[in-house]
Design a protein around this ligand. Structure first.
Ligand code: SF4
Length: 399
């Protein structure tokens, strides 16, 4: 007798937040939608616990304007000078119908560069992002066995129940039908080495493009990073391995809570138009759970606001994820100080991190006592700060 297995349940159909609901969240249909780009998705993937960023980015809210309206604007984005320089460099890399960039690609992957005239450059312009994404998809799907170069194509990716449109600098289809993602950046490659932080950010961006491409064509495991060579304007290139990055980004984006679930937790009528009453805007923003970490300072326009709120509550996460990881179940600075005090009656004294904290507190006391003795002998006052929460000793920034 064979056992029949229970019928497989198909996964629930994805629920989309309607464009009308997204427009309401922005403050009305007249408020323009900020496109969700690969840089933002890569930052979201790096902090999937932040529902605040997920909803604001998903709805296309202008976070910079919201931060300014909340009185906490963060310096963000490239300067005008950097933008102009970056655009000039990109034009140089793409010159001559892509001859320069394809030569760099072929040198890196060990293939013979195509002759001029052997490369198809399809027109993927169309009205609206959905039209451009469809033109890009058709061009990629219809590529034959020759070289193809797509300049500023548009890719669609479903994220948390919403469609994001992503614009890689270039895509190259090889004669074997696989696709290379090409990222052009204006930071230099010095003596053959790129800044690892900037190269890592470029790889995360390329991984997002790879996810958007993978149901259209096979994506190569390395993206091409093109940058200025040393301090010149000459392009040079290197390969960015994508395999681990794609797996991690896929996992993190799947963990993002659906936008409709997050939006359902907002008070009735709440929206994020920066021009509304600041109190109402603050209430709406604070209704969205955030997950601040010092990394936000380089990736999110709301970082100054979220940092101030995290410090205000004494949340230890404001000191960094590594510090948070060391402190086990202790979530606030108050709990940490209580555990370190040595008071056996303190609730935090039972936490596994308490013994380590008591030891650290006693070492600190010894060091300060020794410094005090030395100060008395030399007449030079010892610097002893008081840890007040978000700032370090004597007000030094911890982040
Ligand atoms: S700054 Fe705030 S909104 Fe932005 S990612 Fe960090 S916690 Fe989230």
């Amino acid at each position: 007798m064979t056992r029949s297995s229970p019928p497989k349940q198909s996964p629930p159909a994805p629920r989309h937040v309607t464009p009308q609901r997204l427009a309401e969240l922005r403050g009305g249909p007249e408020v323009p939608q900020r496109p969700l780009d690969a840089r933002a998705l890569a930052a979201l993937a790096a902090n999937p616990g932040c529902r605040r960023r997920a909803l604001l980015d998903g709805a296309g809210v202008d976070k910079q304007a919201v931060a300014t309206a909340l009185g906490a604007p963060a310096p963000f984005g490239q300067s005008q000078f950097a933008l102009v320089r970056g655009n000039a460099f990109e034009a140089r890399v793409k010159a001559d119908g892509g001859e320069v960039v394809l030569a760099l690609l072929c040198a890196q992957v060990g293939e013979a560069p195509p002759e001029p005239g052997e490369v198809t450059v399809p027109d993927v312009t169309a009205d609206g992002p959905a039209g451009r994404a469809e033109r890009t998809r058709q061009a990629l799907a219809g590529a034959d066995d020759g070289w193809m170069l797509l300049d500023h194509p548009l890719l669609a990716l479903e994220v948390a129940g919403s469609t994001a449109y992503l614009e890689p600098d270039l895509l190259a289809v090889h004669p074997d039908g696989s696709v290379s993602i090409i990222e052009i950046k204006s930071f230099p490659i010095l003596d053959g080495t790129a800044d690892p932080v900037k190269a890592g950010a470029a790889a995360r961006q390329a991984a997002v493009y790879a996810l958007a491409l993978e149901d259209i064509r096979t994506v190569r495991e390395n993206a091409l990073l093109v940058c200025p060579k040393d301090f010149s304007n000459q392009p040079t290139a290197g390969l960015l391995p994508l395999r681990k990055q794609v797996a991690a980004t896929r996992r993190q984006l799947h963990r993002l809570t659906r936008l409709d679930e997050i939006a359902a937790g907002l008070p009735e009528g709440a929206h994020f138009a920066p021009g509304q009453d600041p109190g109402a805007l603050l209430t709406a923003v604070e209704a969205l759970p955030a997950a601040y970490a010092p990394e936000c300072l380089s990736t999110c326009e709301l970082a100054f606001h979220c940092r101030a709120r995290a410090r205000g509550t004494g949340a230890v996460v404001a000191l960094g994820r590594s510090v948070r990881g060391e402190l086990g179940g202790l979530e606030t600075v108050h709990d940490v100080l209580s555990a370190a005090s040595g008071d056996p009656e303190a609730p935090a004294a039972a936490d596994p991190a308490a013994e380590m904290l008591r030891r650290a507190a006693s070492l600190r006391a010894e060091a300060l006592a020794a410094a005090g003795t030395e100060a008395a002998a030399t007449g030079i006052p010892a610097r002893a700060g008081t840890w007040t929460g978000g700032a370090g000793p004597a007000g030094a920034e911890v982040s």
